[in-house]
Ligand binder design. Sequence first.
Ligand code: BMA
Length: 851
Amino acid sequence: MLTATSTVLSNWSWKCAKSSVHKELVTDKWTACSHSRATTQIHPDLVDAGVILEPFVDLNEQAIQWVGEADWEYQTTFKYASGSIFADLVFEGLDTFATVYLNDVKVLETENMFHSHRVSVKESLTEGDNFLRIYFHSALLKARELERANKPMPLWNGESCRLYIRKAQYHFGWDWGPVLVTCGPYKEVRLETYNVTVTDLSVLVDIPEALDVAYTTVIMSTSGQYHHAFVEVLSPDGSIVKSEFVGYSAPTQEVTITLENPELWYPHKYGSQPLYKFTVKLCTASNSELNKLSKSIGLRRARVVQNPLVDQPGTSFYFEINNIAIFAAGSNWIPSHSFHTLLTKQDYNDWIKLVVDGNQDMLRVWGGGIYELDIFYQLCDKFGILVWQDFMFGCGLYPYTPELAKSVTIEAEQQVSRLRNFCSVVIYAGNNEDYQVAESLNLKWDSNQKEGLAESDFPAREYYEKILPSAVKKFSANTYYHFGSPYGGETTRDPTVGDIHQWNVWHGTQEKYQNWSHLAGRFVSEFGMLAFPKTETIKSCVTDVSQLYPQSEVLDQHDKAVGFERRLALYVIENIKIDSMDLESWTYATQFMQAECLAYAYRCWRREWKGKGKEYIAGALVWQLNDCWPTISWSICDFYRRPKLAYYAIKRESAKLTLGIYRNHLAEDRMHIMSLGTKTDHAHFDGKKDFAVDVWGVNSSLSFVKGVLIVNFIQVFSGRNIFESKQNVDLLPNQSTQFLTDLSLPTDCHTAVYVRLLDTSGSVIARAADWPQPLKYLTFNPGMKVAAEVRDDGVVAVSTNYPVKCVVLDVPGATLDDNGFDMFESDDIVVRAPSVAKGSVVTVEYYERNK
Ligand code: BMA
């Protein structure tokens, strides 16, 4: 007999409880939300009610700042029928300072957005209608008050008071996001009534190196009385593999279950994603089922390997899954919305699909956002994406107070016990760039110091080096914990140990991107380049057409990056010929440049994945995958999930099989790319300098790949093929293989190098092109014509009569599997576009068209 009920509360109403700016709004009037969602936030509700303008549009963000300084209340009613022994209200998350009243009795007070709460409320419930009211105090005012009572601490991004409260830090504004300090029941609130229930179920997995067995520890937490339980394990195909009898002894019990020859979970490039189903069933003495809870669990062995390297200093930093060393190509994930209660499960699904389709292996959940919703991790488990999980601290010298320490401890313990069930999560990091902030302030600390951290001038080490690792050890001992991102070596900039954030392209010393190969580290967990999103995205947030030009005030307000106008111009002007600054042209130019820039990085860094003991570079996570509003940022896909050209460039560079080319200049280096800090020098180009190329292949599969490598030297203007070589090559498994070193010809620098890999049937299985740099010096043939047609349903065929760079296809509404690619006359490129019917119109853009 199942007696438990779980009712998710919805149908919220809101009212303004206090505002010093809009006093007229503070009345007794409740406004019903126009939606019936279970979770909500105040800004979207105010938009729906016509109280404020849409925050993402025009300059509205500025006009609605008062919302964050006001107090707001939410209420809803629900029915209760007595009869069960227990009745709890479960709050998955309230944002942030909330006082909760049930039938006007205070039942809860909260101060941390990342906490969940289970409150026994039976005494306060009445038969029939009940009334729940949640008062949200202005988090902004609370934070300022706390800061005043203590002292301001240094930070990058946002208002410094944010460091004093446990709320998503990006709500306070970031260099890609607006200041929108919102509040509300942002996660589910449920009424649970029961005589007995499973309140939580976790499964810890331990798999030895032989991979022949999985030792699982099932931790079940229950409330109420039962006689015994069964812990049942179903294999991925649904058959019962284990059923263990467990007699009741305590509310929380652990059961060890050994699974022989388990079906292992793999990242998507290496295998499938089988999930076992673990179920706890609580029973009476006569075996009647009282309550049950299930979780889907992937079984894998995951390690971070930090070993000495052959011929290079420092240590490796790579992920190993089921004994397979992984080069982690991927991206950084920020919250996909400023008001993420507006995201649907479908949105999350489409995001993660985009990541998988983009050949990415890993997402880093960045520390200035939120611990993501379960659905995010479920999808990463389902599709085989690895997750790097930061704790939610970012870009600040966080204060220590005993209250914060207590709050952070609960936060960490709750979050790790939730996240430990997701096999995709393979690392925790204490924070984002907080050690870098401390370094920038010239603070000195002894990394061996273990006591008195809270009293030091870098007090947050108490969190990163004690509280957070203890939580990981206690709740997920098999998951690697890293003090921060970046972290490792003498300083966080040490390229030989741990991970680094490489911002000397764009920020910092603003190096040329052709120089990425010299700017790497063992694992590059951040690097990036800015670009405009598609014009449709820009148009979604600009109502005045006169503002639709790249330098307009409205667009400036939609780019939060410091110095973005100069830096974006710098990187475009240094590399790409510009003949118009209209919105379409500038979008094309910035996206083209961003794609070139980021492709360089992936290409140069994957080359350094050289096999056992030579994992010199083991990861590249671009800053950033996504946006939280329509903006001009480093994202490779915009707010509406429209990919920028860089998404495709990274996709090509992260394919299982790739070729790479690097141009070494024999004479004086004309881009000065080898010498750092020479950015004031002008690139010079006399057209006669010799060059030589290195050519390699990268094979991420676990088997040898044999092929024929064809190398062509092709003059850019004439399209003339001046050299061709063919050779049989073997690509070693799971590493890069060097094919040619310093191949040089007596030719000028206007020559592109094109390489292709053919399989035994003669089909092209990988290709790559390298072009003289900077691209702005090149002259393309004025007779150049690129043709594209939808040859069959879902198939776009593209051809060219001369060498061409950055071919961009546009078929309205279609999803294309490639875009922004280079082509040569010999190519017959096919782009898949599943929803497109034969004969549909395709528009084509390319670099230096009609010049
Ligand atoms: C990194 C990130 C973010 C920031 C980005 C771009 O440092 O961690 O804090 O948005 O750079 O500046």
